[in-house]
Ligand binder design. Sequence first.
Ligand code: ATP
Ligand code: MG
Length: 356
Amino acid sequence: MKEFNIAVIPGDGIGMEVIPEGIKVLDTVAEMQGIRLNYTHFDWSCETYHRTGRMMPEGGLEQLQAFDAIFLGAVGFPGVPDHISLWGLLLPIRRAFDQYVNLRPVRLFEGLQSPLAGKKEGDIDFYVVRENVEGEYSNIGGIQYEGTDDEIVSQQSIFTRKGTDRILRYAFELAQSRDKKHLSSATKSNGLFHSMPYWDSRVEAMAQQYPEVKVDQYHIDIFTANLVRMPEHYDVIVGSNLFGDILSDLGPACTGTIAIAPSANINPDHRFPSMFEPVHGSAPDIAGQNIANPIGTVWAAAMMMQHLGCDDMHDTIMQGIEDVIRNGDSLTRDMGGTASTQALGDALVKAIAAAH
Ligand code: ATP
Ligand code: MG
């Protein structure tokens, strides 16, 4: 029997409401397919920060390292500055475990209404591959002459050859494996004169090794415009930490709701645990009301099982999501329905059970 140990961090706000639905669906499918999942819950959150002054305890990373994967809800809440919730938990995990790929699939499901006129199922179906540990989010920089009229703030970007090539290789491999075999790279070489031309040159170098992959390179400004104008053009999108971040919110927004979007922080060589979470945050405005959409979390759970080599579990969960959205009876408010978080989770379980 396949067996996996999963670290679960529900986190803050709706993270605590959507994670149980993810586990409910995981358990249903695992039992059907004879897979054993052992969960260990960690209550690390902004609440922990208020109590202890830390988002996670000392030695937290060492505790996580022993797990096969990390399943995360959302962290961050009003009252705790973003840099504390981010640098106290999320970013250290991504960096310590070398989760250098942030993979975010974007799909328009049958039954959802895209805000883009005339788009239907199949028109939007692409991946955003975001560099996840270096680039613009380097935390190098600072302020000089603070408090004077001469204040100067700088923020450095770091692009290493290794870091650039490995994310590009991941994106090229993904493009190669897909029907369209189309890779689009987002940069801004006419504004950022050092880092972006370098990225472009590495794209061109790697393209030589993937002659079947059609490669496009765009500046981020026209890229975002094109994504809205003709999302059907895209297949695999690769971008630096900053541009990948922006595109991976824009993408799901084109599919009707960001709440269905998953995010996989992957260490592709499996040396460390990877982390799976919804794209959305803790949504304080709707927390505690049992109305959050759990689909982003459930889809993240499906990606987690795929990463762990259980493709059948992934496919079964995805089928359940497709069925429930197409059926339309149990959708949450953000998708135009009235169902509660739990009712949607129950509907997923029911759909999966009915299909098998
Ligand atoms: P973060 O900085 O943590 O990403 P954010 O400021 O981007 O947070 P989110 O928490 O993602 O904000 O929420 C953005 C908006 O989307 C809010 O209005 C929120 O209610 C809504 N939202 C987010 N997630 C969900 C969900 N799962 N179901 C329904 N609505 C959601
Ligand atoms: Mg956000």
